[in-house]
Write a protein that binds this ligand. Structure first.
Ligand code: DQA
Length: 141
C-alpha cells in the first residue's frame, strides 16, 4: 500500500514555527516514527511552499496506484481554488489534515476551499492528525 503525504506552505518550519501552536517536533522526525510504526506502508513525502508545485504533486499521485493522499495545504487551505480544483480532478482520495484545531482559531481559518472535495477532514490532534489519517487509509476495505 502506498500513501502520499503532502505538506504545503510554511510546514517546512515545523519544530521552530510557533511551537505553542504546532509543537516542537520537526516533520522529518515525526515522519520517521510514522514509517517505523507502519512498515508495510510505502510512504512518500513532499513539501512545498508553492501552490503550483503542490498541484503538480497532487496530479502525480492522483492517478497512480497511491491508496490515499494526506494533505495539509497550510494557509492555502483557506485561499486556494486551484488546489480545490486539483483535488476534485484527481481519482486518488484525499484526506485533509491540520495540526491545530482551525475552528478554535481566527475566523479566516474556519473556511476551507478543500474540504468539500476530500474524503474527510482531521484537525486539532497535533502531528497525530497525520497518524489518524494513516489509520483510516490502512484499514481493510
Ligand atoms: C494548519 C492551519 C492553517 O490555518 C495554517 O495556515 C497552517 C497550518 C495546521 O496544520 O494547523 O499553516 O494547516
Amino acid at each position: 500500500m502506498k500513501i502520499a503525504i503532502i505538506n504545503g506552505a510554511n510546514l517546512n518550519l515545523l519544530g521552530k514555527r510557533e511551537p505553542h501552536i504546532y509543537g516542537s517536533q520537526t516533520f522529518e522526525a515525526y515522519f520517521q516514527t510514522l514509517q517505523a510504526e507502519f512498515p508495510a506502508i510505502q510512504f512518500s513525502y513532499f513539501q512545498s511552499n508553492t501552490e503550483g508545485e503542490l498541484i503538480d504533486e497532487l496530479h502525480r499521485k492522483g492517478f497512480d496506484d497511491t491508496t490515499g493522499i494526506i494533505l495539509n495545504a497550510g494557509a492555502y487551505t483557506h485561499t486556494s481554488i486551484a488546489i480545490a480544483d486539483a483535488i476534485a480532478g484527481i481519482t486518488t482520495p484525499v484526506i485533509e489534515v491540520h495540526i491545530s484545531n482551525v475552528y478554535a482559531r481566527e475566523e479566516f481559518r474556519h473556511k476551507s476551499y478543500l474540504s468539500r472535495h476530500c474524503k474527510g477532514v482531521i484537525c486539532g490532534f497535533g502531528l497525530e492528525s497525520y497518524r489518524l489519517a494513516v489509520l483510516y487509509l490502512s484499514k481493510p476495505a
